[in-house]
Design a protein around this ligand. Structure first.
Ligand SMILES: CC(C)(COP(=O)(O)OP(=O)(O)OC[C@H]1O[C@@H](n2cnc3c(N)ncnc32)[C@H](O)[C@@H]1OP(=O)(O)O)[C@@H](O)C(=O)NCCC(=O)NCCS
Length: 180
């Protein structure tokens, strides 16, 4: 369990799939996260997607359930991903229920998982990819020492046209410098 001020993070359990299913079928949440073009996923498909992680098998992703301490509710989930084994960079992803937005939780979770990536997984860098209009994600990243590293032109497609994407990243040395 990873303790924060407002939330704690724990490993994904089979019963969390119900919460994930609800969040991953919320069009407003998922249109920011951009993981499925139609913002819909079936329970069975979710189960299949997370099966290896639930069984503790070695995967290139680690999913954390975000539990809001005050209410005891599942606020959302966050993940660290590696594009291949022995890679030195982790990719961060997060999605939370709308009721938990704007309370500083996203900033806190990103900080907790960035520290985990450096201090426990021995990563050199943490990256994330977001929409240029996702101001709360960009700000949460900046608060954790991330910098915009590039703008990928017309790499996303939704609402009938192409959109740019933003790559952000923080090196371990810059994160540690910031924490002192
Ligand atoms: C993106 C997300 C994780 C951010 O988490 P959050 O808890 O809502 O963000 P925080 O409350 O920590 O706010 C972060 C910063 O953004 C600012 N912010 C929040 N909403 C904002 C808005 N609409 N416009 C500008 N700034 C905004 C906050 O004031 C804060 O800055 P500050 O610390 O300088 O005051 C969350 O909103 C979410 O789950 N969104 C849907 C899914 C998603 O977008 N995932 C990310 C995909 S890359």
């Amino acid at each position: 369990m990873i303790q924060g001020k407002q939330v704690y993070l724990r490993a994904l359990e089979r019963e969390d799939l119900k919460d994930l299913h609800e969040i991953q079928n919320d069009e407003e949440v998922m249109s920011w996260a951009r993981s499925k073009p139609d913002h819909m996923v079936s329970m069975e498909a979710l189960g299949k997607e997370y099966e290896e992680e639930l069984k503790g098998e070695d995967t290139l992703r680690r999913t954390f359930v975000i539990v809001h301490k005050k209410s005891g509710k599942v606020a959302g989930w966050a993940s660290l991903r590696w594009w291949r084994q022995f890679h030195t960079t982790a990719d961060f992803g997060i999605a939370m229920r709308r009721g938990f937005w704007g309370k500083g939780i996203g900033t806190e979770v990103l900080g907790l998982l960035t520290r985990l990536a450096f201090e426990q997984y021995n990563m050199h860098k943490v990256e994330l990819f977001t929409r240029p209009d996702n101001l709360s994600m960009i700000r949460a990243a900046e608060r954790n020492g991330f910098k915009v590293e590039g703008r990928s032109s017309e790499t996303l497609y939704f609402n009938g046209r192409y959109h740019d994407g933003l790559a952000m990243g923080v090196l371990r040395k810059d994160f540690e410098k910031r924490e002192r």
